[in-house]
Design a protein around this ligand. Structure first.
Ligand SMILES: C[S@@+](CC[C@H](N)C(=O)[O-])C[C@H]1O[C@@H](n2cnc3c(N)ncnc32)[C@H](O)[C@@H]1O
Length: 489
């Protein structure tokens, strides 16, 4: 269940002493009396946080999280002794779940970066077991983008740290003064990823929970292409593995994908990043599209080819590698400038007032990759195709590399795409696209079906339409590209 919010969007703490499951009460009594004896005046408060505070502990799945706040830092030696005592209490009084006791000084609790998540957790779901209510002083937590940014600002570091543990680069990794086995870190990783998934959703939606199953459900509903991996995280959070290779791989694939999603979402207001786009090559997901075209065109020696919507020249360089004399045009000034700077042997020219700066019947071939899919209406697409028609020689061809509409909503090595809320699966619907590169890029394309391209191209004067859908290089995946070849007679 998602956490309840008040009218202003602040999370309501539903923790309550009366909700604590009775069977756990003796253990808390024991912990309190032990700490009172050991710490005396230095003991400030004891909290129970998370599912324990709302009586929702699930045997063998949840933890009992006790937070002890002290007046001063406790020596490590003493902490080690304490954890031994807590282990004993756990054995004697609890049995069906693990007891985790965190001891932190009041100063660190309020100020330290290390405890920023703990502050949020306690503020949103906890109950005071003993002492004074120091949590009152922490500001209320409002669900949404800011909270997500606060919790996950260091997620990259965290994922990398976990990766190092599984790679064996960190010896005897410990938590709460105890060295923990790989299975513990597996659970930790999976919980982190499940919560991080919710954090990504929280960048758009006002929703919060600490229940891992709900994190999974909320995330998978919004990002169905990652449902399988997130389900695995949920499974492994309860049935951990000690297979280090698997865990490293899981972090390097799924963990990285989540990170790309997160970064791209955060950068969403920064517009199209021409510089970042100019750095991508034709590897990864792109291979199948460009490889097919290479086989289709083979040798372009003596051919004059126009790269329509060239960007900074990724596709122009590809055409040049096939031997063609290449001319590049684009509507973006920035792209044209970058193109001329990076690829000095190809002329990049600007399309002004929708006019290609070349005469009628100039090119043997016009090639256009990933331009049509970014056009927002069929009438605009037809206007563009008509202008291309003008510059193609008689018997010349237009070759379009675009997106197979079945690709949308799926995940690939280099790209992931998401159906936004308003997506209906109807021609012209927007799709959110994230290019997985450093830094990741996010923009919108449009859902066009074969029949939409067909109509527009025939209306523009082209003939003899042929469609090709080359297989994906990522074995089990839907072919990502659609290639269209048309002739001018
Ligand atoms: C996704 S990039 C593709 C660049 C290049 N063809 C490639 O495959 O890497 C799309 C490019 O199309 C350009 N573009 C967008 N609308 C256009 C239009 N109506 N006419 C020409 N170029 C356009 C953009 O400026 C951008 O450089």
């Amino acid at each position: 269940m998602s956490y309840k919010l008040d009218k202003k969007g602040f999370i309501i703490n539903e923790g309550n002493k009366n909700k604590i499951q009775k069977k756990y009460l003796p253990s808390f009594k024991k912990i309190s009396s032990f700490l009172i004896k050991e710490l005396g005046k230095n003991l400030v408060s004891i909290y129970l946080r998370g599912s324990g505070s709302t009586g929702e502990v699930i045997p063998n799945i949840s933890d009992l999280d006790v937070i002890v706040i002290t007046n001063k830092n406790i020596l490590k030696k003493k902490l080690i002794y304490f954890s031994k005592v807590f282990k004993k209490i756990e054995k004697e009084y609890i049995q069906d779940v693990e007891l985790e006791v965190t001891i932190v000084s009041l100063k660190d609790f309020y100020k330290s970066q290390r405890y920023k998540n703990l502050r949020i957790y306690i503020k949103t779901r906890s109950v005071l077991l003993y002492g004074s209510d120091v949590v009152k002083k922490i500001s209320k937590i409002r669900v949404g983008k800011e909270l997500s940014l606060e919790i996950y600002q260091d997620i990259k570091k965290e994922i990398n740290h976990l990766r190092k543990i599984f790679l064996g680069k960190i010896k005897n990794p410990s938590y709460l003064n105890e060295s923990r086995p790989i299975k513990f870190w597996c659970v930790w990783t999976m919980r982190t990823l499940l919560r991080f998934g919710l954090g990504i959703v929280m960048l758009d939606d006002k929703i919060y929970t600490s229940d891992l199953k709900d994190c999974y459900k909320i995330f998978s509903k919004k990002y169905p292409q990652y449902k399988k991996e997130m389900k695995k995280a949920l499974y492994l959070s309860v049935n951990p593995t000690s297979d280090k290779n698997f865990l490293v791989n899981y972090l390097e694939t799924f963990g990285k994908n989540l990170f790309y999603l997160w970064e791209a979402k955060i950068m969403e207001n920064q517009g199209f990043n021409e510089k970042a786009y100019s750095k991508i090559g034709i590897e990864g997901t792109y291979v199948s599209g460009f490889k097919f075209i290479r086989n289709l065109l083979r040798n372009l020696k003596t051919k004059k080819v126009l790269d329509y919507g060239s960007g900074a020249g990724r596709s122009s360089v590809f055409l040049k590698s096939l031997g063609a004399e290449v001319f590049a045009v684009d509507i973006s000034e920035k792209m044209v400038a970058l193109g001329n700077k990076i690829n000095r042997d190809i002329p990049f020219k600007l399309i002004k007032n929708k006019k290609i700066p070349y005469g009628n019947n100039t090119f043997d071939i016009v090639f256009s990759s990933f331009v049509h899919v970014g056009i927002s209406s069929i009438s605009k697409m037809t206007r563009l195709n008509k202008e291309i028609f003008r510059v193609v020689k008689k018997n010349g061809e237009l070759i379009i590399l675009t997106i197979n509409p079945q690709m949308w909503g799926k995940d690939y090595i280099s790209t992931t795409s998401i159906f936004p809320k308003e997506f209906r699966g109807i021609s012209g619907d927007k799709v959110e696209v994230i290019l997985k590169q450093n830094p990741p890029m996010r923009f919108f394309d449009y859902y066009w079906e074969k029949s939409d391209y067909q109509k527009s191209l025939l209306d523009s004067g082209f003939n003899k339409i042929k469609f090709f859908i080359p297989k994906s290089t990522e074995k089990t995946k839907t072919p990502p590209y659609l290639i269209i070849v048309v002739k001018k007679y």
